[in-house]
Design a protein. Structure first.
Length: 179
């Protein structure tokens, strides 16, 4: 009769072993930090362009080349506005007959050539939307989104050369700025 007593004792030991929790494994926490780097908001434009030639009283149209905004601010609200303005175009000593004023220069941004991100809005998507540069104008903008982004476009200009303009090589500056 000793066997049933041993069987009961082994079963009781198994119940006690299941009811006793195993010791928890030791743990340790590591706090991890890192920095998302930020940089600047920049714009790059072609350094020079030659639009060719035109007679007095004519219109000269041409592409300025690719304008690119690079936004590496990693901002929560990654919005910006690019403006465009024009100085006068002059030849010789810049007398009135040797000057083409900014109000005779028209600009249109066209659409995106390339981009990363979303929320881009062209200032003048088509030639029909062109504006004169007698005053600074919005060329392109980014109205929504977060983080880094880029946008490139290839704007065109049209210069109306007055009948009174004298012959010569005219030079002027088209300025794009971003903020």
């Amino acid at each position: 009769m000793k066997k049933p007593l041993l069987a009961l004792t082994a079963a009781a030991a198994a119940v006690v072993a299941l009811a006793t929790p195993a010791a928890a494994a030791p743990t340790g926490d590591t706090i991890v930090t890192f920095t998302v780097a930020t940089a600047d908001l920049n714009i790059s434009v072609p350094s020079a362009v030659n639009l060719g030639s035109v007679f007095s009283g004519g219109n000269l149209t041409g592409e300025l080349g690719t304008v690119t905004v690079t936004d590496q601010r990693a901002a929560l609200s990654a919005t910006w506005v690019t403006t465009v303005s024009s100085g006068s175009f002059t030849t010789g000593s810049g007398t009135p007959a040797e000057t083409i004023t900014p109000n005779l220069v028209e600009y249109w941004s066209g659409g995106l050539v390339s981009s990363t991100g979303t929320g881009f809005v062209p200032g003048q998507p088509t030639e029909a939307d062109r504006v004169n540069l007698g005053v600074p104008r919005v060329a392109f903008s980014k109205t929504s989104g977060t983080g880094n982004n880029t946008a490139s476009w290839a704007p065109d200009i049209q210069i109306s050369v007055p009948d009174t303009a004298v012959g010569g090589t005219y030079s002027g500056v088209i300025t794009h700025s971003v903020a």
